[in-house]
Design a protein around this ligand. Structure first.
Ligand code: HEM
Length: 173
C-alpha cells in the first residue's frame, strides 16, 4: 500500500496551490483598480494563469485516476473520511468550473482570451451583456466558495499535523 504521494502528484499539488492563491489575490486586486493599461495587463495575466490551472487540472485528474493515493489515516471516523473525500471532490470540481466561468465570461463580454498572447482560446459563446454579467457573478460566487473550502482544507491539514500529529501533511511534501 502507498504511504506517500508520487513526486508528480506533489509537484502538481503545490504548483496549483501557488497558482490558485495567486489567482485569488490577483483577481481581488485587479477588479478594484481604476481602468488603466496596468489593469488590463493584470487581467491578461489572470486569464493566462487561470487557463493554465484549467489545463493542469486535467493532468492532475488523469494522474489521480491512474495512481492510487495513500489512504486517509484510519484514525479518521468513516464520517470524517466522507467529509474529506467530499471536500477533495469539491476542490477538483471548482478547479474545473471556475476557469470555465472565467473563460465564458471573457467571451460574453467580448474579450477573447489569448493564452500567453500566443494561443487564442475559442469563444464558445457570442457577445452577450446579460450573460457576461451572470457569469461574472457566478465566477465571484464560486471563488467565494473556493476560499471557504481552501480555508477548511488548510485548517484540516494543520489539525492533522499539529494536533493529531499524523503524517497527512508530511506525505504531500
Ligand atoms: C482557478 C482559476 C481562477 C481563479 C481562482 C480565479 C479567481 C478570480 C477572482 C477571485 C476574481 C475576483 C472576483 C471579484 O471579486 O469580482 C476573478 C475575476 C476575474 N476572472 Fe478569474 N479566476 C480563475 C480563472 C479565470 C479564467 C480562466 C479567466 C478567463 C480566461 C478568468 C477571468 C476573470 C475576469 C475577466 C475577472 C474580472 C471580472 C470583473 O471584471 O469583475 N478567471 N477571478
Amino acid at each position: 500500500m502507498n504511504t506517500t504521494y508520487t513526486k508528480t502528484a506533489k509537484s502538481l499539488h503545490w504548483l496549483m496551490a501557488a497558482l490558485i492563491v495567486g489567482l485569488l489575490a490577483l483577481g481581488m486586486i485587479m477588479t478594484e483598480l481604476p481602468l488603466s493599461p496596468e489593469k488590463l495587463t493584470l487581467y491578461s495575466w489572470h486569464k493566462w494563469a487561470g487557463v493554465t490551472v484549467f489545463i493542469l487540472v486535467w493532468f492532475r485528474l488523469a494522474w489521480r485516476i491512474t495512481h492510487r493515493p495513500p489512504p486517509l489515516p484510519d484514525t479518521l471516523s468513516p464520517r470524517m473520511q466522507l467529509v474529506a473525500h467530499a471536500g477533495h471532490a469539491a476542490l477538483y470540481l471548482l478547479m474545473i468550473i471556475i476557469p470555465i466561468t472565467g473563460w465564458l465570461m471573457s467571451s460574453a463580454k467580448g474579450f477573447q482570451t489569448v493564452w500567453f498572447g500566443i494561443l487564442p482560446i475559442p469563444d464558445l459563446v457570442s457577445r452577450d451583456r446579460d450573460l457576461g454579467e451572470l457569469l461574472q457573478q457566478s465566477h465571484k460566487l464560486l471563488n467565494f466558495g473556493l476560499i471557504l473550502l481552501l480555508a477548511g482544507h488548510i485548517a484540516a491539514a494543520l489539525w492533522h499535523h499539529f494536533v493529531l500529529r499524523d503524517d497527512t501533511l508530511r506525505r504531500i511534501r
